[in-house]
Design a protein around this ligand. Structure first.
Ligand SMILES: Cc1cc2nc3c(=O)[nH]c(=O)nc-3n(C[C@H](O)[C@H](O)[C@H](O)COP(=O)(O)OP(=O)(O)OC[C@H]3O[C@@H](n4cnc5c(N)ncnc54)[C@H](O)[C@@H]3O)c2cc1C
Length: 436
């Protein structure tokens, strides 16, 4: 223990206050365990703060406006304008209510909440740094630990997040104005949900995907419906292209891509959302100190009772691997707590439900124009040569694509540049965005 530390003890230490962690903590409290939950950021984790809840709130809000503006067949004639700042404010209110609810539920079930970052010191002690000047730290002795540290967005080499031009999903959920054009890299469920939100808000949305369709793991029937409905909304797709890097074009980003047969292309957009998957967070907890090592994919492997290779350490939620979904995290959290309490609980992954919140009904024909090559240039694709996320079996993307992420030789073929041509005027005089 470091001099000046406060020392405390607990039966169960839960690290991470997302759906996996708070489910484990609350269930543990209900079963009479003495539980301490450490969270270094915001209770509710990714799901409540920058995942499921804010995305579904925006999907709901934009869906309402879009439906109202496209219901002539029902005799409803409306031209809704969306005040983006107010919509984002409402979404933030929903998030605040729910995160506050998690905190209350934990307290109501006797869970001791500790803000800070927890790191293992050894197999029975963790140090919690409270962060900020003079806020000190704490040493917590535990009998059992549950690692529920979640996941973070995967960064593409050459397209590192800057929160300004190159956005992760959290940034895209917090934009207070609608970009004129949005390039979405990755047509998984997060990319497609946000692509349709911004298309409904009137942005010119282009989706780049290096495979041949949207939502690769969901099967052709789902992919086709989601692709067709997004196309109806004016979303433009480029399949078989891997994003390589970008350069600042002043008001816009110029993103370079490479096709499967080596052609280099460029896409121009005001903002770029990179949504190519998520990776487990294992570098915040000091796993070395307890001798646990994640797999090559960064996953903490567990058995059917959510137990790691160490009998006293459990792992739940995204950090324990796919599918990275909130209800899977809850289920694992519950099982971990029940096993710790001595109950005969076990996990069964035979049927894990998954939903994609994209429009399933046709609204109208597309008014968007087809891709327009505007001029050629000969810039070469860039890559930092880091391990490609695409080669990860976790992402479901075949490794045949992996070579295209490595540094490619400069090609002599001309680069084609794509810029979406806006089909309709978007802004209302009040600065709101007409969505028709
Ligand atoms: C845009 C988006 C939309 C989504 N939509 C859905 C959906 O509709 N349905 C669905 O089921 N899932 C959805 N998900 C996935 C869902 O958010 C995750 O599966 C879920 O949050 C995983 O929960 P978790 O507890 O494992 O991790 P997280 O929610 O990521 O929580 C982990 C927590 O651990 C904390 N932490 C990390 N390290 C430490 C440390 N050392 N000490 C203390 N605290 C630490 C972090 O601050 C974080 O709060 C979505 C995700 C995104 C990004």
């Amino acid at each position: 223990m470091v001099v000046g530390d406060i020392a405390t003890g607990t039966e169960v230490l839960v690290i991470g206050g997302g759906p996996g962690g708070y489910a484990a903590a609350i269930r543990g409290g209900q079963l009479g365990l003495d539980v301490t939950l450490v969270e270094m950021d915001a209770y509710g984790g990714t799901c409540l703060n920058e995942g499921c809840i804010p995305s579904k709130a925006l999907i709901h809000g934009t869906g309402l406006a879009h439906e109202a503006g496209h219901a002539e067949a029902l005799g409803i004639h409306a031209d809704p304008a969306v005040d983006m700042e107010a919509l984002v404010g409402w979404k933030d209110g929903v998030v605040d209510r729910l995160t506050g609810g998690v905190e209350k539920l934990c307290k109501a079930n006797g869970v001791n909440l500790v803000p800070g970052r927890a790191e293992f010191a050894d197999e029975s002690t963790a140090r919690v740094a409270h962060g900020g000047d003079g806020q000190g730290s704490e040493s917590i002795e535990f009998e059992t630990a549950v690692v529920a540290t979640g996941s973070r967005p995967i960064e593409l080499p050459g397209l590192e997040f800057d929160g300004r031009r190159i956005l992760d999903s959290g940034d895209a959920l917090a934009l207070e104005s609608v970009p004129d054009s949005l390039l979405v890299v990755g047509a998984g469920y997060i990319g497609m949900e946000l692509a349709t939100v911004y298309a409904k808000l009137g942005a010119d949305v282009t989706v780049l995907e290096m495979l041949e369709d949207v939502l690769p793991p969901y099967g052709e029937e789902v992919s086709r419906v989601v692709r067709e409905r997004a196309t109806d909304l004016g979303v433009e797709f480029h399949f078989g292209e891997a994003a390589q890097g970008w350069e600042d074009g002043g008001e816009e980003a110029i993103v370079t891509t490479e096709t499967g047969d080596g052609e280099t292309r460029e896409h121009v957009a005001e903002r770029v959302l990179v949504a190519v998957g998520r990776e487990p967070v294992t570098d915040t907890v000091g796993l070395d100190a307890i001798g646990l090592e994640p797999t090559d994919d960064g996953v903490l492997e567990t058995d059917h009772q959510a137990r790691t290779d160490l009998d006293t350490v459990f792992a739940v939620g995204d950090v324990a691997g796919e599918p990275m979904l909130a209800h899977k995290a809850y289920a694992e959290g519950h099982v971990a707590a029940e096993v710790i309490a001595g109950e005969p609980a076990a996990l069964d992954y035979q049927a894990v439900p998954a939903a994609v919140f994209c429009p399933s009904a046709r609204t109208r024909a597309s008014s968007a124009s087809s891709p327009t090559p505007t001029r050629s240039s000969s810039s070469a694709p860039r890559s930092s040569g880091r391990r490609p996320p695409s080669s990860s079996p976790r992402s479901g993307w075949p490794s045949r694509w992996a070579p295209s992420w490595r540094t490619s030789p400069r090609r002599s073929t001309p680069t084609r540049r794509y810029r979406r041509r806006s089909a309709r005027p978007r802004r209302t005089p009040a600065g709101r965005r007409s969505i028709r």
